[in-house]
Design a protein around this ligand. Sequence first.
Ligand SMILES: [Zn+2]
Length: 257
Amino acid sequence: MDVYKPTVGELTNEEMLTALTLCIKRAQELAFADEIYALKNNLELPLKSNLRAFRPFLDEVGQLRVGGQILHASVDYSTKYPILLPADQLVTHRILWQHHTQNLHIKSERLLTDLRTHYWIISGRKEIKLVVNECWLCKRRSSKPIPPDMESLPVYRLIPYLQPFTFTGVDYFVRLIIRVGGRGRRHEKRWVCLFTCLTTKAVNLEVSEVLSFEEFLLCFARFVSLRGKLMLAYSENATNFVAGEQEIHQALTELIE
Ligand SMILES: [Zn+2]
């Protein structure tokens, strides 16, 4: 049976744990040099030390751990005596980042609770915030959209008790292919003229055979016959609408004269 042998640059779990232990010890030596010196020489911790409250001790591999009163608790050794991790150290940030990303980007409080089964981070909440605030995925998930500055509503949206379609928007939409006739039937194109009430958003549909201004005038006449007079109609600058508007305007002028 072949035994798996790691290649150069690839580490086994045991080697990774050893490397992690060395990194933690190095970080602790940088941050807690006085305390480690005192513990190694059986001296009292310096009076100004922040670690006095933790009653720290060095374990068998030389890592600084939190002392405690739960010796007889049925929990893991690391939970009883978590490893002390200093703030502002690269290894602390890397451990935080690894746990954060491996556990589906958990939030700060949950991350702190999970990590305390193995590590006690000095100024833990502050350090976790520093790490989590750099995570773009969490930033994107927690960010809220900024509502755009909206213009004031037009007057026709604010006049109450208006008859529907007093102010109307008009446009054409979708070209339909319809089937015409029984035997020898054929397919023809149709357009839909859409009238929208700008106050109530009610819609009225009229079918148009071609996109000409004559057809638009027929649609418009049907619409006015059905819905009553309107005060204003808005449309885009399409040829059939412009020609239709000119035709209506001319007819009204002739009628007045
Ligand atoms: Zn994240």
